[in-house]
Design a binder for this molecule. Structure first.
Ligand code: SF4
Length: 452
């Protein structure tokens, strides 16, 4: 596909990884006690099938009936790790009991530019994801597995191909596997966009009368599951629901992958959180921060800005975050650099989000560019307080509109920015212009000129 680029953060060296300190509540690739990231260290690269099976044992699905396997998944309490946090067991139940032969889609497209967790799993532990897809297929009676990823990410794509070729002679559910190259656009990883793409249309989000699990690709029950969620299934099928719940908390069981980004020691570093821990603790111990930052962007670019003081003591756990009105989303924890104005960075992210919509709904076609324009005027020192009030009102009118959550995500970003950076907003609306503006590009962006 021409004119498309995907941001690929600089690949960290093994030395950078091994210098990261881990603890009993979190760890990086190869750390003792980790689950998804357990096994060979970062320098060893992709884990082979032989190593995977020696370490974890072969996946024996024949000891489960599909119903029995779904019971185990439901009891585990696994919540989807793609952003929405929907219970995976419920999704499998709906697909298994709806008319038609189900299909499993491994969503490894990871359109969030700074997120690395799914690519890291694909690169280093592809057999966990592929085992998990077979678990989902056995649990639902699916006869097909589709792996949806960006082929342009060479390392993860090559690791997947090698893993698939190693598994040619494996016998699991008998589901056939095919790999689909995802369009490089932020909203192309949304469930209804994936269904639309596999049905031969563009990767365009659509309002659907029924959930994809009930009726998705070719009207078949379709389980669209994030790569990390499926990797968890590979371990749940081996070790059970009780083992899974030994990590995490009762409200959000299991370990969780997060990606550190922005002003941290190793941007793009993936951390597996195993137990109760605060954002500040992880940033101090793994992110290399020795002081509280001005702000943290949590959950992705359509996530929420939180002031550093608050974030430092906030639990890094989905349920607790939801109770505070935040979302862990794709697991991104992005730290604002001390020298960068949060409003300038927000204006840049908002312009990018406005250019990433599928261009189908008024809220994206007109609303997001209008918000981006207002933000640009404010950070340029030409917008006044009445313009900021208009921006608040515009954001409020866009929330909840459109065929998917993209415009609401942009509203989350802008509203939390105007709140978190209130002192900066006052300064800008009195005509101030930030000197740091030219340096404010430390959150990576991806792609432009996308063609469906
Ligand atoms: S809300 Fe925006 S991104 Fe979602 S379908 Fe409509 S135009 Fe596309």
């Amino acid at each position: 596909m021409s004119g498309v680029s995907i941001f690929e953060p600089p690949r960290q060296s093994a030395a950078q990884h091994s210098s990261v300190e881990a603890s009993s509540t979190f760890g990086v690739v190869g750390s003792p006690g980790t689950r998804l990231l357990a096994g060979p260290d970062f320098a060893s690269g992709r884990e082979t099938l032989a190593s995977h099976q020696t370490r974890l044992g072969a996946l024996d699905l024949q000891r489960f009936t599909p119903e029995g396997l779904r019971d185990v998944v439901r009891e585990s309490g696994l919540l989807g790790r793609g952003g929405a946090g929907f219970p995976t067991g419920t999704k499998l139940d709906v697909a298994a009991t709806s008319p038609g032969t189900p299909i499993i889609i491994v969503n490894a497209s990871e359109g969030e530019p700074a997120s690395r967790k799914d690519r890291t799993l694909l690169e280093l532990r592809p057999h966990l994801i592929l085992d998990g897809a077979q678990v989902a297929a056995h649990a639902t009676g699916a006869d097909e597995i589709v792996i949806y990823l960006h082929r342009i990410n060479e390392h993860s794509s090559a690791a997947l191909d090698r893993a698939l070729s190693e598994r040619k002679n494996l016998r699991h559910s008998g589901a056939r596997v095919r790999v689909i190259d995802a369009p490089a656009r932020y909203v192309a990883g949304e469930t209804s966009a994936i269904v639309s793409y596999l049905d031969g249309h563009g990767a365009l989000p659509r309002r659907r009368a029924q959930s994809a699990a009930k009726s998705g690709v070719a009207n078949r029950p379709t389980v669209v599951s994030n790569a990390e969620s499926l990797a968890h299934l590979a371990l749940i099928a081996r070790y059970g629901a009780d083992w899974f719940a030994e990590a995490g908390t009762p409200s959000a069981p299991g370990s969780t992958l997060i990606t550190l980004a922005g002003s941290v020691a190793v941007p793009g570093l993936v951390v597996e959180v195993l137990g109760p821990v605060t954002i500040g603790h992880v940033l101090e111990r793994v992110g290399g921060l020795d002081d509280v930052p001005r702000a943290v962007l949590l959950g992705g670019y359509a996530g929420t800005w939180i002031s550093g003081d608050v974030a430092w003591h906030t639990p890094l756990e989905r349920h607790s975050l939801a109770q505070l009105g935040y979302s862990l989303g794709c697991g991104l924890v992005a730290v604002l650099h001390d020298d960068v104005c949060g409003l300038v960075e927000t204006a840049r992210l908002l312009s990018w989000l406005a250019g990433q919509s599928s261009g189908q709904c008024g809220s994206c076609v007109f609303g997001l560019p209008a918000m981006a324009e207002s933000m640009d005027e404010i950070v340029a020192g030409v917008g006044r307080s009445r313009d900021a009030r208009r921006l608040f009102a515009l954001a409020g009118s866009i929330r909840g509109r459109g065929a998917c959550s993209h415009p609401t995500g942009a509203v989350n970003l802008i509203e939390s920015a105007l709140d978190t950076f209130a002192p900066e907003l006052r300064a800008h609306t009195r005509g101030a212009v930030c000197e740091q503006r030219a340096a404010s590009d430390h959150f990576p962006l991806s792609g432009d000129a996308v063609h469906y």
